[in-house]
Every structure is written in structure tokens, then in C-alpha cells.
Design a binder for this molecule. Structure first.
Ligand code: PLP
Ligand code: COI
Length: 334
């Protein structure tokens, strides 16, 4: 597809989705359907009490034309964990993986060449019609897998990002950061738009009480050649598969990887000479050029995407697209 024809991330879906229903205490057989409206009662649990979670991961077209999905098992497991924490029926791992494979196969012609990819979006919603069920879980649910041909998530593509350091507001309740649920994105939207208006930033880095967590849709890493610092896993933020992949790669290369809590002051000190980047399926590894705090602007390095960020991104993408050897079994050919 030509440069000018690339649609914005997520705005175009392929023509086929997979759908499975949970009722009578079990998952029913799934079906492939044309993408279109779904049957949903206006009293459905999700519409009132936000019983929803989702996933996001990618399938890539290799040089030989074959399509492979990246670390699907981790995303399926995270989806099941999100469902458990939201007291939604847990998807069956094998069934969900089969649904994803079937959607990829049905969408094979629509998988773009790198740097594009097919973005897979499983979603799970509570469907029980009961507007009184605020403190009762949904006993029925729908599991749907959508797919979308995607390119860059951040408009501006290869430009260093401008990030607002939010040291007051939280992105989510402290026990739900680890859950990929729509409510977390709803909670981040207001603060993000406000900061965008006030400071002209691209994204918000949530650092409640000064503790650095993550942005609205990606994890946050501090980088130097041979050294990475990122927050250690806890329930306050999403445990990114991209984060895990990058840390695994650099550990295997003998880098020092520090996973521990750190605060805004330490981050601002680091970026005087080091780099900062956002990691995620959609973001891949996106370089940060400027950190904006309530008291002023802090340039990250020279304000451009740093060499360590560029090199790590390249290495990761090479594995994802099959250009580099997949020594860890992260790709599954579909
Ligand atoms: N944090 C948030 C809030 C996200 O939405 C995402 C994207 O999925 C990530 C982190 C990165 O996760 P992953 O690398 O698994 O895509
Ligand atoms: C992802 O990277 O999969 C995300 O969740 C980003 C999405 C909110 C667009």
C-alpha cells in the first residue's frame, strides 16, 4: 500500500471476525462471521458496569510471504488473567488461540508488508441483561476477535515524542493497572486531553506521587548502551509483552537490567545523558524527546530519538518480522 493510503491505526478492520458465546456455564463453539454489529441487550452488564477486557498483538508478514503471530501465548494468558480479575468468564486458552488463527487465515490477504502488521484485538464483554447487577458478575459473555491492518500508532511516525509527566492523577485503581480493561483507558483519556491542550504533548506518563509507572498505552523504559532501568512488575501497571521481549533480548546480550521502582527526580537525572522510550505492541519502541513537568521542560539527550532506542527497535522488529533468527520460539507461523 502506498504511503498516502495508510489508514490511521485501528480505523480499518479486515472483513472477518470470530465470535464465541459463554452461556449455561460454558463456552460454546465459536463462529467466523463478517465484521458487523453484534446482538447486545441495552441492559447488558458491560454497558452499565464496564465488564470488559481486551488484548492487542500482531501478526507479521515475513519476506517469504508467510504470516506469523508474535508471542500469542503471553497475550492469551494476559487476557485470561484480565478476565479473572474482572470476574468475567475466563476464555479457554486453546479456543481463543484457535479463534485468532482462524481470523488471521481469513484475513491473510490483508496482512500488510512490514513496517505494517495485522493487529489482533480479542475482546471479552459481560452480556447478562440486568441493570441491578452492579455487585454481581455477568453470567454470560461474548468473546470476539477482530483484526486490523496497521502501521504507525503514533501520528508523526519516527518523531521523538513529547511526554507530560503527570505526578498527581492516577491512570487506574492500584489493583487494576495490571488488567487490560477499557475503564483504564477511559480514566486516562481526560488527563491526556487536558495535558495535550495545556502542554501540546503526545502522551502522558503517569507517575502518581512521583513514582514512575507507564503511559496511557505503553510501558516506559530508561535506556543507555548496556543498561536499562524500568519499573518492577506490580499490580499498578500493565505487564507488557514488548517490555518482557526487550528485557529478555538485552539480558541475553549481557546488559544490566534494573527492574525497580524509581521516581521522577531520578528519571530527570537519567535523561540528561540517557534515553527514554515507550514500549508496546502498538508503540513498538518509540523514542521520547522531551519530558514536560508542571515546572518546565526537560530535553531527553539531544531531543531526538536516541541511538540505543533505534538499535533496540530495529533488533525487535527484525525478530518479529522473521528477518532475525527466532531463537526463543516467539513466532508461530499461521
Ligand atoms: N501499557 C498499556 C497501558 C498498554 O495499553 C499497552 C499496550 O498493550 C502496554 C503497556 C504494552 O503492552 P504490550 O507490550 O503487551 O503490548
Ligand atoms: C497495544 O499496544 O496493543 C495497545 O493496547 C494500544 C492500544 C490502546 C491502541
Amino acid at each position: 500500500m502506498k504511503e498516502a493510503a495508510k489508514p490511521a491505526f485501528g480505523t480499518v478492520l479486515t472483513s472477518t471476525m470470530a465470535m464465541a458465546e459463554y452461556r449455561d456455564g460454558r463456552w460454546q463453539a465459536h463462529e467466523l462471521k463478517p465484521v458487523g454489529p453484534i446482538p447486545l441487550h441495552p441492559a447488558a452488564h458491560v454497558l452499565h458496569y464496564g465488564s470488559e477486557c481486551f488484548e492487542g498483538f500482531k501478526a507479521y508478514r515475513g519476506k517469504d510471504g508467510a504470516v506469523s503471530v508474535f508471542r500469542m501465548d503471553k497475550h492469551v494468558e494476559r487476557m485470561r488473567q484480565s478476565a479473572r480479575q474482572l470476574v468475567l468468564p475466563e476464555p479457554d486458552a486453546a479456543q481463543l488461540a484457535t479463534m485468532v488463527r482462524e481470523v488471521i487465515r481469513a484475513s491473510r490477504e490483508q496482512v500488510p508488508e512490514p513496517p505494517g502488521a495485522l493487529y489482533l484485538r480479542p475482546m471479552l464483554i459481560g452480556t447478562t441483561p440486568n441493570i441491578g447487577a452492579a455487585a454481581t458478575p455477568s453470567s454470560t459473555a461474548l468473546l470476539i476477535v477482530l483484526a486490523s491492518p496497521v502501521w504507525d500508532y503514533f501520528a508523526g511516525g519516527a518523531k521523538a515524542l513529547r511526554i507530560f509527566v503527570e505526578d498527581q492523577k492516577t491512570r487506574t485503581a492500584s489493583h487494576l493497572g495490571v488488567v487490560k480493561t477499557g475503564g483504564n483507558y477511559a480514566a486516562a483519556l481526560g488527563p491526556t486531553l487536558e495535558a495535550r491542550k495545556q502542554y501540546g504533548i503526545d502522551q502522558v506518563l503517569f507517575c502518581p506521587g512521583g513514582a514512575v509507572q507507564e503511559t496511557g498505552a505503553a510501558n516506559f523504559l530508561l535506556l543507555r548502551d548496556g543498561h536499562v532501568l524500568t519499573r518492577s512488575l506490580d499490580s499498578s501497571f500493565l505487564h507488557g509483552v514488548t517490555r518482557d521481549s526487550l528485557l529478555t533480548m538485552v539480558r541475553d546480550s549481557g546488559w544490566r537490567v534494573e527492574e525497580r521502582p524509581f521516581d521522577v527526580a531520578e528519571m530527570l537525572e537519567w535523561v540528561k545523558t540517557g534515553e527514554a522510550a515507550l514500549s508496546g505492541t502498538a508503540a513498538v519502541l518509540a523514542g521520547v524527546g522531551t519530558l514536560v513537568t508542571r515546572s518546565g521542560e526537560h530535553r531527553v539527550g539531544n531531543g531526538e530519538i536516541g541511538p540505543v532506542t533505534q538499535s533496540l527497535r530495529k533488533q525487535l522488529v527484525a525478530i518479529q518480522t522473521g528477518e532475525a533468527a527466532d531463537t526463543r520460539g516467539w513466532l508461530e507461523r499461521v
